[in-house]
Design a protein around this ligand. Sequence first.
Ligand SMILES: Cc1ncc(COP(=O)(O)O)c(C=O)c1O
Length: 382
Amino acid sequence: MTLDFDETPDRRGTASLKWEKYAGRDIIPLWVADMDFPSPEPVCLALQERIAHGVMGYTLPPASLAAAVQDYLAEHFAWDIEPGWLVWLPGLVTGLNVACRAVGTPGDEVITATPVYPPFLTAPPYADRKLVQIPLRLDQGHWSWDFNALEAAAGPRTRLLMLCNPHNPVGRVFSRAELERLVDWSVRHDAIICADEIHCDLVLDENRSHIPTAALSTAARDRTITLMAPSKTFNIPGLGCSFAVIPSDELRRRFRRAMAGIVPSVNLLGFTAAEAAYRRGWEWHCRMIDVLRANRDRVQDAIDAMPGLTSWPVEATYLTWIDTRPSGIAHPAAFFEKAGVGLSDGGEFGAPGFVRLNFACAPALLKKALARMAAALGVNDD
Ligand SMILES: Cc1ncc(COP(=O)(O)O)c(C=O)c1O
């Protein structure tokens, strides 16, 4: 089995969203959250085998895939689910938008904490819901929910809390105590929690582990829509296969109702890849996490040496959130693009003055990008 993460395939000319953005320009793309690593070999083999069959008809979610997900959740998170709780989705962003439509009625309020993955900010207004943003707290170098602000934000029309855990972009893995406070809040205010846990298999900090919110208690289970996917974990986002776990029959019915006639089923290759990944992708995953840890450290060291830039320990994800405001650079994403590095603009996450760096690439490419950033800031990179 090939487990080489140093030599990544050339993605130029493959219509890659990440690479196409800078086609023909010498800009290293470290923006959208996909990895430059090839997917696990068992996934590629399963896809080849399925394609060799030749018939690509309408496809049901395979019962064997539901069993694979059930086993995965039990083994990795000690979370026992029933296959009937699963709702398959062609994308996790679809799930965020469906959740906003399924909970409450137009004009109701949806709370989330910023900065956050941009679709959290657009899903509520797309569903005619009012978005209420509360800033995450940065206390002594540690990002967390601001529970006082959360309490103050709750009103008679609050219906939904959108939680990103692990958090994109600040990289936190929220603790049991933090999650319990969020659940306690949701019980007191009779709100539903939509927990986007797409980064749950990308915990890099050895002292942290992911806890699915819904697994905390019966109260949590009954009011949580959990959104997960193999897409980030095994680098198969182009195959569009995600799922919601909704234990409450009533909530699941409302969710399915909001999808009806609009959300298509997952394509058969997405199902095939997901099952192979959850069953046989973990050896690859283990090695990939080591590579991400080394890249994370490389980024942290480099940013620490850049004047006017601050980053925080990345507990999970392959994304580093960087505050450039002390540097005085007016438009940091444009500044670094000019220096040959394509980062995500924090403004899209509700935080102008910040940038997000995706370090899921070959170490040599990452080193080159960091050297370009350092040079642009006048740092001698010996
Ligand atoms: C927190 C989060 N949710 C959802 C997604 C995207 O999910 P999908 O591509 O399945 O719509 C991403 C991708 O970066 C993400 O970071």
